[in-house]
Ligand binder design. Structure first.
Ligand SMILES: *[C@@H]1O[C@H](CO)[C@@H](O)[C@H](O)[C@H]1NC(C)=O
Ligand SMILES: *[C@@H]1O[C@H](CO)[C@@H](O)[C@H](O)[C@H]1NC(C)=O
Ligand SMILES: *[C@@H]1O[C@H](CO)[C@@H](O)[C@H](O)[C@H]1NC(C)=O
Ligand SMILES: *[C@@H]1O[C@H](CO)[C@@H](O)[C@H](O)[C@H]1NC(C)=O
Ligand SMILES: *[C@@H]1O[C@H](CO)[C@@H](O)[C@H](O)[C@H]1NC(C)=O
Ligand SMILES: *[C@@H]1O[C@H](CO)[C@@H](O)[C@H](O)[C@H]1NC(C)=O
Ligand SMILES: *[C@@H]1O[C@H](CO)[C@@H](O)[C@H](O)[C@H]1NC(C)=O
Ligand SMILES: CC(=O)N[C@H]1CO[C@H](CO)[C@@H](O)[C@@H]1O
Length: 420
């Protein structure tokens, strides 16, 4: 059959229309199932002060995206993120709450955090959709310029770096003595001063240049807090810095965090000390970088330690993370943290359900707080002896978190139930 040119045109037009209509009604057109997975760990708010800034302006954005960090599904932050994070100097965050599934596709404003202003400027808005699987998809578009990047995930690091006027340590050394603006109580001792040492540890009485850790419990003569004690070298790469606060956002956030992890204490932080090792290389391995933080929090009567782990490179150097006291009356070794081949896992382990974060109460009265609820998925969880060990280990960890000595031993006694 011969068609006139006008007819041909019409046919083509009709077929395009029906194609579009057909696609819209099939499941795969739903962005919840038709998205590109974006797993760029550099988009994490914990990726601060990167050696070079990323820029999303040059990405050919097309369609919908779901965010991951190291395979873990995450969402875009919908509260302010610090500048100099998310792999750039001026990161982008969602200025508006995430929608519910029944809201369908919604449009949201996107803010640029820069120059000490959470919303220094607005980038182009984006579409967001909540999906039945408990995740979100985003229709990213080209931002208004460079160096702007879409952030992924929440980030666990407290603010640090020059934006909050941290003091930097000298390369491959230790801080000078730091006078604490509020005394820090630590298992029966009261410290007025501290040293931040580049090899990943905090000491109180004198600085330490030790780059080979000893194992905890060491029964030695010192109180020590090891974020990640190993042979770190920031002469070629990375910054070790610290700061202390008695008011402001960081104190507010510390109060919120401690009340979340240690409920019923009614804690109100009055002092926070933040020491950060950012993108520091291991000795003689300039290509590695490792980032972590030790945060001390106190209300004068009770005190807490938070350890935050970002990307941690594997190493063959000996390593140790935790704390130890004189004669090891109290000590803790973060599980796996004494195996260099394993320590990358620090960024996803936790005793407070926040991947990468460990929290300990190291002074004060846990009054009436200790009670443990154990949920077992099946009866066999308890009846297999190796599982009993694991359950006891977890209960012990929970107790140690509240300041019980690590030397405590939990035992299970089986009792026959006689009457129903
Ligand atoms: C899936 O999304 C892409 C990108 O938006 C789009 O080009 C494609 O047509 C979609 N697939 C279906 C079946 O709708
Ligand atoms: C405090 O927490 C809020 C909410 O999570 C966050 O937006 C903010 O960046 C945090 N501020 C600091 C200084 O850590
Ligand atoms: C914590 O202390 C600060 C300063 O003393 C006070 O302004 C604030 O209301 C207190 N917060 C709580 C939850 O008690
Ligand atoms: C650095 O590492 C190389 C092997 O990677 C080794 O040959 C060299 O001796 C090391 N240098 C120092 C100072 O340890
Ligand atoms: C610290 O403890 C003392 C004595 O128990 C009490 O009077 C005071 O209110 C406590 N201070 C704080 C900040 O909890
Ligand atoms: C540590 O142990 C030694 C030897 O048992 C003892 O002499 C010393 O008093 C202990 N130190 C403290 C602070 O308990
Ligand atoms: C934790 O991180 C490591 C290294 O990235 C990974 O291999 C491991 O599967 C993670 N574990 C969990 C429980 O997510
Ligand atoms: C033990 C140690 O390395 N101490 C050093 C701490 O830093 C001061 C100042 O840089 C040095 O003089 C010490 O030798």
């Amino acid at each position: 059959m011969r068609l006139s040119p006008v007819f041909k045109h019409l046919l083509v037009f009709i077929s395009v229309q029906s194609f579009k209509a057909g696609v819209q009604t099939t499941a795969t057109a739903d962005p919840c199932y038709n998205y590109t997975a974006l797993d760029d760990p550099w988009r994490s708010p914990d990726n601060r002060y990167p050696p070079q800034y990323m820029c999303d302006y040059y990405v050919s954005w097309n369609g919908w995206y779901r965010l991951f960090i190291h395979g873990q599904s995450v969402q875009m932050p919908d509260t302010c993120v610090d500048e100099n994070s998310c792999g750039t100097d001026a990161p982008l965050w969602l200025n508006g709450a995430h929608p519910a599934v029944e809201d369908g596709v919604v449009s949201r404003d996107v803010c640029i955090s820069w120059r000490n202003n959470c919303c220094h400027a607005h980038s182009n808005p984006i579409n967001v959709k909540a999906c039945p699987g408990g995740y979100y998809v985003y229709e990213f578009v080209m931002p208004i310029g460079c160096y702007f990047t879409y952030c992924a995930g929440r980030g666990i690091f407290y603010s640090f770096g020059w934006a909050v006027r941290d003091t930097n340590n000298p390369a491959d050394g230790n801080s000078s003595v730091i006078q604490l603006s509020s005394p820090f109580l630590f298992f029966g001792r009261t410290y007025q001063q501290i040293y931040v040492n580049n090899n990943g540890l905090l000491t109180f009485n004198q600085p330490s240049s030790a780059y080979i850790p000893y194992s905890f419990p060491a029964n030695r003569n010192q109180y020590i807090i090891a974020g990640l004690w190993t042979d770190l070298d920031n002469r070629v790469k990375g910054v070790v810095s610290y700061n202390q606060y008695t008011s402001g956002n960081i104190v507010t956030n510390a109060t919120r965090d401690i009340n979340t992890y240690f409920p019923k204490l009614n804690f109100n932080a009055s002092w926070v000390f933040v020491a950060t090792w950012n993108k520091v290389a291991y000795f003689n391995l300039t290509s590695t970088d490792t980032s972590f933080q030790v945060v001390l929090i106190s209300d004068r009567n009770s005190s807490f330690i938070l350890m935050n782990y970002g990307d941690i490179a594997v190493t063959e150097h000996p390593v140790q993370a935790g704390y130890d006291t004189i004669n090891s009356t109290h000590y803790f070794v973060i599980p796996g943290s004494n195996r260099g081949s394993f320590i990358s896992n620090l960024r996803n382990s936790s005793n407070v359900d926040v991947p990468g974060r460990w929290a300990f109460m190291v002074a004060g009265e846990p009054d009436n707080v200790i009670g443990i609820q154990v949920r077992l998925s099946s009866f066999s969880d308890l009846t297999q002896s190796s599982n009993i060990e694991m359950v006891l280990q977890q209960m012990k960890q929970e107790l140690v978190k509240y300041g019980l000595p690590n030397s405590v031993e939990l035992k299970l006694r089986k009792r026959q139930k006689i009457k129903p």
